[in-house]
Design a protein around this ligand. Sequence first.
Ligand code: NAP
Length: 296
Amino acid sequence: MTIGSTHFNHVALIGAGLIGGSLARVIRREQLASHVTAYSRRAETRHRIKELNFADAVVDDIATAVSNADLVVVSVPVKASGAVAEAMGPHLMPGTIVTDTGSVKQAVIEAMAPHLPSQVHFVPGHPIAGTENTGPDAGFDTLFEGRWCVLTPPDGTDEIAVSTVANMWKRAGSMVDQMSAIHHDMVLAITSHIPHLLAFNIVGTVTELEEQLKLEVIKYSAGGFRDFTRIAASDPEMWRDIFIENKDAVLEMLGRFSEDLASLQRAIRREDADGLEAKFTQTQNIRRDVIDAKQE
Ligand code: NAP
């Protein structure tokens, strides 16, 4: 790799599911690397990666994957990132850039950073793009187009390493932003984690309904429920980790959400038509802002 450029000699992908597999396809399309090695734990996944042919080599050993890499991208469930960093730490070349894609940042930094040698540049990241599907088959090379990628480099991180990672995401079609890990976790708690929690909860409520009512909910789901079912079909393991690893920010935002829900409940009980209409008009405006920001 030429420092600051986006061409790498050897990229190691630790985890090549939806996110890692999509990035691998981008790296191929954009010719960002001379060689790509994918590490995957399970033989079945390695077999699929070979069939899909988005990496030059597929290995079952983290040390082999990273030993010659100038860029390592970790895309595994956030709870697994510490163990991955511990396994790769002793095998990283000085000057290697390590980045990740975890949906939670502070906990991932705390888990990974202690295992990375000081001559390695760690640039934590989170592409805010995804689907409810998982695994290498789910990936596609346009996943990141028009989506934000947030980088949360700790103070003192080498600026050239940060801009190298930023350039890679720009080549994937993303807009790139930078903020502290704590701020990222608070923003994502309300934009992503709480909406997922609501979906898990409302769909969970339906699973408890008596059989006849449940059938009717499914039959008439186009009334709104089906949109929640898409979100609630997201990977259980990934979301288990996100809620536990971002507990503080999620609980803070959930507190605010519960207060607002109670005030809506009160407005309905009191038949406060003006109050309800004012609230729904405000939310309509937010929808317009989302469309204007091309994030619909
Ligand atoms: P995914 O499709 O399930 O892929 C994750 C890969 O990690 C799997 O292929 C799996 O490989 C491997 N893995 C699972 N547990 C592991 C462990 N304990 N040790 C080592 N490897 C393990 O998940 P993903 O959606 O790509 O998510 C990857 C990361 O991106 C997560 O941190 C997630 O928070 C983040 N992210 C996800 C989204 C989204 O919408 N999905 C969006 C942005 C960021 P094997 O099959 O070989 O076990």
